[in-house]
Design a protein around this ligand. Structure first.
Ligand SMILES: C[S@@+](CC[C@H](N)C(=O)[O-])C[C@H]1O[C@@H](n2cnc3c(N)ncnc32)[C@H](O)[C@@H]1O
Length: 263
């Protein structure tokens, strides 16, 4: 197995963090789940075999298995895999195991109709590892499979951690001369300028489909969203779904989703 030297830092962080509650803790977080699920369902074909890499505690994978798809979920954090196992004892079409996104050698080339890489790109700190996670995801995808990669845009570090959590003093320590936040492994999360993320795919055998702002402004507005009436929230969601592929909505999203098709 390929060893990423930051692996222990990531596993420790997720062993302590309550990831299972994250996507459902409030409307601001739930928008990410609802948007991502919409895009997964938009591209899924009946009978599809799905792999999720970095599946966390399995909210996407387990729901997809409950819809009848054959799903395999892998994650680096053993505690997350244990949680997935405990939730799925009766699900025959669901498998999960510990694995590193940099080494999916337990799967043959061209095995899956859809591959979701939803977490590893947040935690890779050098170009070689970023490229390897992408090439492993694409390797196990069949021809014409849809592959989706979640990543964090740089501006969301300023809006989320800086503005929402009032951490601008600390951000100054990790900001370079052009306002880009440097990858600091001890901080666990990294970020990308959108054009840099897209460049990672230039030499791959893929066709670009979309770049989606999965939570848009929802995370930054999370306290306000909680106060909205059901009708107001429904209208917010309608606007968000209509605009989340627009380039002018993307920088401040906490998470982005790069969607491509393997040629
Ligand atoms: C923020 S959670 C996302 C979980 C879930 N996919 C979601 O979108 O809600 C990130 C997950 O990626 C996993 N992860 C981080 N680096 C990884 C790697 N190199 N290989 C596999 N999983 C990894 C973490 O253990 C964690 O469970």
């Amino acid at each position: 197995m390929v060893i990423n030297k930051y692996k222990d830092i990531i596993i420790n962080k997720y062993t302590e963090y309550e990831e299972d509650a994250r996507l459902f803790s409030d409307r601001g977080h739930n928008v990410e789940y609802l948007t991502t699920m919409r895009y997964i369902q938009k591209f899924l074909k009946p009978g599809a075999k799905i792999l999720e890499v970095g599946a966390g505690t399995g909210h996407y994978s387990i729901n997809l298995a409950k819809m009848g798809y054959e799903v395999t979920a892998v994650d680096l954090t053993p505690r997350h895999v244990e949680i997935m196992k405990s939730k799925t004892r009766k699900l025959k079409n669901f498998k999960c195991m510990v694995a590193d996104a940099l080494d999916l050698s337990m799967f043959a080339d061209k095995s899956f109709d859809m591959v979701l890489n939803f977490g590893p790109m947040y935690h890779l700190f050098n170009k070689k590892d970023k490229n390897q996670a992408i090439s492993e995801t694409l390797r196990v995808a069949k021809k014409n499979a849809i592959c989706m990669f979640a990543y964090i845009p740089c501006a969301s570090i300023a809006s989320g951690y800086g503005l929402l959590h009032l951490g601008f003093e600390r951000l100054d320590e990790v900001m370079d001369k052009v306002g880009r936040f440097k990858d600091v492994p001890a901080e666990v999360f990294n970020c990308f300028y959108i054009e840099d993320f897209k460049k990672l795919f230039e030499k791959t055998n893929t066709q670009y489909i979309a770049n989606v702002a999965t939570d848009g402004i929802a995370y930054v507005m999370k306290e306000y969203l909680e106060q909205l009436s059901e009708k107001g929230y429904k209208t917010f969601l309608k606007w968000h779904f209509l605009t989340c592929e627009r380039s002018d909505q993307q920088g401040y999203s906490s998470h982005l989703l790069y969607i491509c098709k393997k040629k």
